[in-house]
Design a protein around this ligand. Structure first.
Ligand code: MV4
Length: 447
């Protein structure tokens, strides 16, 4: 096992990683920006190093600063969390070069899956279905008739270097394709430094369902079932749950086994998520893979009883997985609400000082947060202030517990998404489990 790990992140995930390290008897180093001096991740780590000013570009994304902090404190490994440098293949490579273990898959795997076109090609080779689409479009003349014949429409233009909904554009009228393509290419160039785009048929009303996987460095791969992530707004998930209301035990077993095989085919290591879109008729398609621990990992921890972050660290330290697929069972139902500091009307971030904070507890409730009385939500970072996770014997009990916990969650001084969460989880269609990625657009009327 590692002696000391540097946590290259902030907020609730930095704290989550420090907790895992404490349980593993691993020393921790926090890094922080000047805006985060009073943060809990700084307080609870064994050591802390200031890596720059408030701006993420100059601190949490500052590779030389983070590597220097790692060298000075003499750590064995860096945990990148999610966001920031977590899926930066160059950063993983720099770590490898400096003899610091990057807690995640090897740089070449991050790079492979970071290119959404290559990821599609790889997953097809392993037998996963993909949405009809193209490879990277070259600048030559577009054969629109052929595209319509082979793919159909509406279409969605996606950036090869994108992901998570960034750099996407829907085209309903094929006459608009050439213009939309040029715009998408230039957007992709400025957002990712890579103008490559491709097309897929646009699915109008899909559900977004993802499989959690764990892999060690000895060829063992297991899956931890799926998470339903269809409740999202502007590509930010708001509520996630496991199991998905539409996945049968049989499908979980079959698709899970397919995903595991696909991961073995690419020599995947560490934790990862394989995303699918599901159509109303039950057909499903691979869309992309995330090569990191995700915000919503707790719902899977609650139904499987595993500690995904500890498994991730063990695996990076070269240990074999503590579990085989037969050891994994799914117990009850879990749901997570992402509570953001935001204005309920405009959904704009609403940073500021938290004047009173009292998180709920009681049976089946977990809160992952770095907030406290007097905590300052900075405008420099993501507006996520707490993840509220409920577990119950079934979906109804998880929902009841979530409702009751939202009712007694005290956060004063700033506006939060708690009222929106109450509205969503008490909506008849949500209660019935009947929703798609269009749910939130329809909730307040079309925008
Ligand atoms: C799609 C899609 C429909 N058809 N791809 C969004 C997140 C990213 N991982 C992939 N996403 C989508 N990909 C095809 N071929 C629908 C989504 C999607 C979405 C798209 C536009 C606006 C809101 C959306 C919400 C969820 C999913």
């Amino acid at each position: 096992m590692f002696r000391k790990v540097l946590v290259a992140n902030r907020g609730e995930i930095a704290l989550r990683i420090i907790f895992a390290c404490k349980e593993l008897q691993v020393q921790t180093v926090a890094v922080y920006s000047v805006a985060d001096q009073d943060s809990l991740h700084v307080r609870f780590a064994d050591e802390a190093v200031c890596i720059g000013p408030a701006k993420s570009q100059e601190s949490y994304l500052n590779i030389p600063s983070i590597i220097s902090a790692a060298e000075i404190t003499n750590v064995d490994a860096i945990h990148p969390g999610y966001g920031y440098l977590a899926e930066n293949a160059y950063f993983a490579e720099v770590c490898e070069t400096c003899n610091i273990k990057f807690i995640g898959p090897p740089a070449r795997v991050i790079e492979l899956m970071g290119n959404k076109v290559r990821a599609r090609e790889k997953m097809v080779q392993s037998g996963l279905p993909i949405i009809p689409g193209t490879g990277i479009l070259t600048d030559g003349k577009l054969d629109i008739q052929r595209i319509d014949r082979e793919i159909g429409h509406p279409l969605i233009i996606k950036a090869a270097a994108g992901g998570g909904g960034r750099g996407m554009r829907v085209v309903h009228d094929l006459d608009e394709l050439p213009e939309a393509l040029a715009a998408a290419q230039s957007e992709a160039e400025s957002a990712f430094g890579n103008s490559d785009v491709y097309l897929e048929r646009f699915l109008e009303n899909p559900r977004h369902i993802e499989f959690q996987i764990l892999a060690d460095e000895h060829g063992n791969v297991i899956h931890l079932g799926e998470r339903e992530c269809s409740i999202q707004r502007r590509h930010q998930k708001l509520i996630e749950e496991s199991p998905s209301p539409i996945i049968s035990e049989k499908l979980r077993r079959e698709l899970g086994a397919q995903v595991v095989q696909a991961m073995k085919d690419i020599d995947y290591q560490n934790t990862g998520t394989v995303e699918f879109l599901f159509e109303p008729d039950g057909s499903y398609y691979f869309i992309e893979m995330n090569t990191r621990v995700q915000v919503e990992h707790p719902v899977t921890e609650m139904v499987t009883g595993l500690d995904i972050v500890k498994e991730q660290i063990r695996s990076a330290a070269g240990e074999t997985l503590s579990y085989s697929q037969e050891d994994i069972s799914f117990r009850g139902h879990s749901m997570e609400c992402r509570i953001n500091a935001e204005c309920p009307d405009t959904f704009r971030p609403s940073p500021g000082r938290v004047t009173a904070y009292h998180p709920p507890g009681g049976p089946g409730i977990r809160v992952d947060s770095t907030a406290y009385n007097d905590y300052l939500v900075s405008s420099h970072y993501d507006s996520l202030i707490a993840k509220l996770i409920a577990h119950g014997v079934d979906r109804q009990e998880a929902l009841d517990r979530l409702n009751r916990a939202l009712d007694v969650f005290i956060i004063e001084g700033i506006e939060t998404s708690i009222p929106l969460h109450k509205k969503i989880i008490n909506h008849p269609d949500f209660i019935k489990g009947q929703f798609t990625t269009a749910f939130l657009d329809n909730l307040n009327g079309p925008t």
